[in-house]
Design a protein around this ligand. Structure first.
Ligand SMILES: Cc1cc2nc3c(=O)[nH]c(=O)nc-3n(C[C@H](O)[C@H](O)[C@H](O)COP(=O)(O)O)c2cc1C
Length: 187
């Protein structure tokens, strides 16, 4: 299976990066081909026309040729399972991830390419530890709007990182092995 990690993390080291590495390792150990998508270089939604642009009817963003957003859409379409991972900034997703998902949601709401796909949500509030729930709630809403199936929610902070790192690994592995949200697992 193809497992795509969509990340809002701008850093190449630190807590969030270490969690991303565990997610990738878990998915690989579960037998998946793992790819990563860094959302920090994409443009933001221009709120075209009267509020809707080509996103609504054509499922395309007018900015896509400029920044490769169409290729990111294709990668998400091809993935069998996804993980969305972000540091918590201001109790929300990192800004790059939020604006990427804002554009994606417009193009792919409800019946789009995420409908029925399992998504693991991971947020790391690495400062005070505050804002985890509001961040996960924002990620949850994105999944509800796009029809994605939430596999699990994981929050990692500075004082739970040892056992949450293990949980991130285990969740990615279980997802890659084909475990389904909503089905009782008694293994
Ligand atoms: C602009 C900004 C806002 C932040 N807001 C929060 C916050 O609301 N709550 C929190 O616990 N940490 C906050 N942090 C700290 C990040 O969550 C932390 O850097 C990241 O989650 C994990 O640590 P890492 O940078 O080592 O990957 C913020 C950091 C930045 C840069």
């Amino acid at each position: 299976m193809k497992f795509l990690i969509i990340s809002g993390n701008p850093k190449s080291d630190g807590l969030c990066r270490s969690i991303e590495e565990e997610l990738a390792r878990g998915a690989r150990d579960g037998g998946a081909d793992v790819d990563a998508l860094d959302t920090n270089s994409y443009l933001r939604c221009q709120v075209c026309g009267d509020g809707w642009g080509t996103c609504r009817e054509r499922h395309e963003c007018v900015l896509a040729p400029k920044d490769g957003f169409d290729k990111a859409q294709a990668a998400i379409k091809e993935a069998d399972a996804l993980c969305v991972v972000t540091p918590v900034y201001w109790g929300e997703m990192a800004e790059g991830l939020k604006s990427f998902l804002d554009r994606f949601r417009r193009c792919e709401f409800i019946h789009g390419v995420l409908a029925g796909k399992p998504v693991l949500l991971v947020a790391s509030p690495g400062g005070s530890g505050n804002g985890l729930l509001t961040c996960l709630e924002q990620m949850d809403r994105f999944c509800r709007h796009t029809g994605a199936v939430i596999f699990d929610y994981i929050g990692v902070n500075r004082w739970n990182q040892d056992y949450k790192r293990a949980a991130a690994y285990a969740a990615a592995k279980a997802l890659a092995e084909g475990r389904k949200a909503g089905e009782t697992y008694d293994g």
